[in-house]
Design a protein around this ligand. Structure first.
Ligand code: F6P
Length: 401
């Protein structure tokens, strides 16, 4: 009898925890009598040329806590299926046929595709073509519907929180404003969670419209209260008040977001003449060791993905609905992205603490607002407005000089 075999690949942008999924799946395979092979460079390794390595106890030992992926990954190339949030590209029929041949020739019972929205959209096309796949939800953006958490998110939040902790002390020492730009594409999860965990004073996310006036108002409100520094976490995908995201369009690929942090910084400096600096975390959020939470989550995803294949639940994606590991059709998971609920519990709690989302001049307390009142201090309000007028007048004067 032929040896039973399962394949695995990591696709799209890397993130901490990929190796933990690979290890979790490989170990589960061996214990159930399966060979496990890993394709190289995402979907590219599946065809022309076929590139893979046998996953063994020797080459998977010690990778649980390693960032990146031992299999390599790409978010470009022949198998890119997303060029925008809802703009899907069909994979060429000859590629699908080639992959189907590889899977048949290697005798794979199933292929575990670890990826985010775009990569899982490819897995869905494989499934529709009859290629036996299951999905594992990965992305630091945490924007996949159908799962409470993607692995990689917690590690990215830990990185951004650590950065805010560090910025806190230098901001306080120099009485500066710091604008920290984080990743997340069209979802504000990283900015929201890191902002709350790292004690940001202002959080700007794609899901909540904001204005520069309100951001400046918050800075002045803090100054009035004796806090001469302010920390602002801004998501790369947050829209500017005048509309539009900041980044570069790319042919045949998703737009490359980035740059909003510097715009916010310049505008604050212009309006308030306050020393303001930008920090762009960028790919630091995707590197390094996974957090404990991500190791546990990724390990569970790896083990349960093998279970899905063995149970014949092809075309499904493993998902985490605490405390259960469930699965849903991949199609359901890639249909729409999961964004921050503007009235959700995390936003409400942040507002209750006085964190501004740049949408109101005052730090509205949602718990009080819920019973028909808005908690504001008229004095602080008026003083802050007065200070804002003064600062703007000073800025205009300075520019006229
Ligand atoms: O989707 C993950 C992510 O890190 C986004 O947060 C970010 O916008 C994008 O990938 C960056 O992609 P690249 O590595 O191609 O610059």
């Amino acid at each position: 009898m032929n040896q039973k075999r399962i394949g695995i690949l990591t696709s799209g942008g890397d993130c901490p925890g990929l190796n933990a999924v690979i290890r979790g799946a490989a170990k589960t395979c061996w214990r159930l009598g399966y060979d496990c092979i890993g394709f190289l460079k995402g979907y590219e390794g599946l065809y022309d040329p076929v590139q893979y390595l046998s996953l063994t106890p020797q080459n998977t030992t010690g990778i649980l806590n390693q960032g990146g992926t031992i299999l390599g990954s790409t978010n470009k190339g022949r198998f890119a299926a997303t060029v925008g949030v809802h703009d899907r590209v069909n994979i060429k029929p000859e590629l699908l046929a080639g992959v189907a041949t590889t899977v048949r020739q290697l005798g794979l019972e199933g292929l575990i595709c670890i990826g985010g929205d775009g990569s899982l959209a490819i897995a869905q096309q494989f499934h529709e073509y009859g290629i036996p796949v299951v999905g594992v939800p990965k992305t630091i953006d945490n924007d996949l519907s159908a799962t409470a958490f993607t692995f990689g998110f917690d590690s990215a939040v830990a990185c951004a929180t650590d950065a805010l902790d560090r910025l806190h002390t230098t901001a306080a020492s120099h009485e500066r404003v710091f604008v920290m730009e984080v990743m997340g594409r069209h979802a504000g999860w990283i900015a929201l969670h890191a902002g709350v965990a790292g004690g940001a004073d202002v959080i700007l996310i794609p899901e909540i419209s904001w204005t520069f006036e309100n951001v400046c108002h918050k800075i002045l409100e803090r100054e009035h209260g004796g806090k001469k520094f302010t920390l602002i976490a801004v998501a790369e995908g947050a829209e500017l008040p005048q509309g539009g995201m900041v980044g570069q369009q790319r042919d045949g690929a998703q737009a490359k977001l980035g740059g909003i942090g510097e715009i916010v910084t310049r505008e604050i400096e212009r309006r308030l003449l306050k020393d303001t600096r930008t920090v762009v975390l960028g790919h630091l959020q995707r590197g390094g060791a996974p957090t404990t939470f991500d190791r546990v989550l990724a390990t569970q995803y790896g083990a349960h993905a093998v279970r899905l294949i063995i149970e014949g639940r092809l075309g499904e994606m493993i998902c985490y609905h605490p405390p259960q590991m469930n699965s849903v059709p991949i199609l359901k998971a890639v249909n729409r992205i999961r964004t921050v609920e503007p009235d959700g519990a995390a936003v409400q709690a942040a507002r209750a603490l006085g964190i501004s989302f740049g949408d109101t001049a005052e730090s509205a307390n949602p718990f009080v607002a819920r019973i028909g009142e808005v908690a504001t201090s008229d004095d602080v309000e008026q003083d802050a407005e007065f200070a804002l007028d003064l600062a703007e007048a000073a800025a205009e004067e300075a520019l006229a000089d």
